[in-house]
Design a binder for this molecule. Structure first.
Ligand code: SAM
Length: 280
């Protein structure tokens, strides 16, 4: 069986008792960076053998670990910090276990995106998580353009040395939006700052980003989308607007109803405008 063990994202006291016990009792622990995990194991007196499972060996190593689990081993997976498989190599091993019919269980615990979302000060009911934006400029632009009409709160991970470039790209494509910069969560220098993309860019002109960041960005407001749509409909003549729905095979009455709704006027206004050939 595979046990996904969430480990602290900063504060060591955030580890759960169940994770400590599971790590102690597993046959083997697969960890992202053995130097990193060794400190955690020493701190909690975990003496289980461990092996590396990281970005650069994730495909071959997943097969080796699958072989061991098929032979009966219980393996625990930890990554450098937080919940395995969330923007880290864990995802590959989890998928392979499902494909091979090996049971997987997740021991919940710290996760940077959820920690940031709960404290960010932006709407937390509906959100989307994008992880790290791709390094490739074209791919990054495509993703940002798709995100520009996203109405849910958007969460990104970013390394400090890429932060300013990412904020610039966000400002170019999304414009200024409210932004919660969540830095060094659960650590001594934790900062959760509700600001805007532009204000954050201005602030980084005089100081360098340091530490680990989660960016939480306000989604596009529904009222703004509606306003833009209404503006687009208003730029059509009544004839063109009716034709839009006629082309969908709708009858006159239904077309009038939809045009009236798009323009925020009554059906009677559209009917009279069509008779008088004036715009409503
Ligand atoms: N699996 C992890 C999780 O559950 O959050 C995330 C792994 S991902 C490789 C590492 C990224 O998570 C960092 O670059 C940063 O964006 C974010 N992160 C991790 N720890 C953080 C912390 N203490 N404060 C802010 N962001 C953090």
């Amino acid at each position: 069986m595979l046990f996904l063990c969430a480990t602290p994202i900063g504060n060591l006291s955030d580890i759960s008792e169940r994770v400590i016990t599971t790590l102690r009792e597993a046959d083997l622990i697969a960890c992202e960076d053995t130097r990193n995990s060794r400190k955690l194991f020493t701190h909690f007196a975990i003496n289980t053998p461990f092996t590396s499972y990281h970005e650069y060996n994730k495909f071959e190593k997943a097969e080796e670990l699958i072989g061991k689990m098929e032979a009966g081993a219980h393996i625990a997976l930890v990554t450098d910090a937080g919940t395995p498989a969330i923007s880290d190599p864990g995802e590959v091993l989890v998928r392979r276990c499902h494909e091979q019919g090996i049971p997987v269980t997740s021991l919940p615990g710290p996760c940077a995106l959820i920690t940031a979302l709960s404290a960010c000060g932006l709407p937390a009911r509906r959100f989307c998580f994008e992880g790290f934006l791709p390094a490739d400029k074209k791919e990054r632009r495509e993703i940002l353009e798709a995100l520009s009409s996203e109405t849910r709160t958007i969460i990104l991970y970013e390394a400090p040395h890429h932060l300013v470039k990412t904020l610039e790209a966000l400002y170019t494509v999304l414009g200024d939006r409210r932004l919660s910069l969540c830095r060094e969560l659960t650590k001594k220098h934790e900062e959760i700052c509700l600001t805007s993309i532009k204000e954050a860019l201005d602030a980084f002109e005089t100081k360098e980003p340091r530490g680990e960041y989660v960016l939480v960005i306000e989604g596009k407001s529904l009222s703004e989308i509606k306003k833009k749509e209404t503006e687009a409909f208003r730029s059509l003549s009544l004839k063109e607007h009716m034709a839009l729905y006629e082309a969908q095979g709708l009858d006159q009455k239904e077309c009038m109803k939809r045009v009236a709704k798009d323009l925020g006027v009554s059906k009677r206004d559209i009917y009279s405008a069509l008779l008088s050939k004036e715009e409503p």
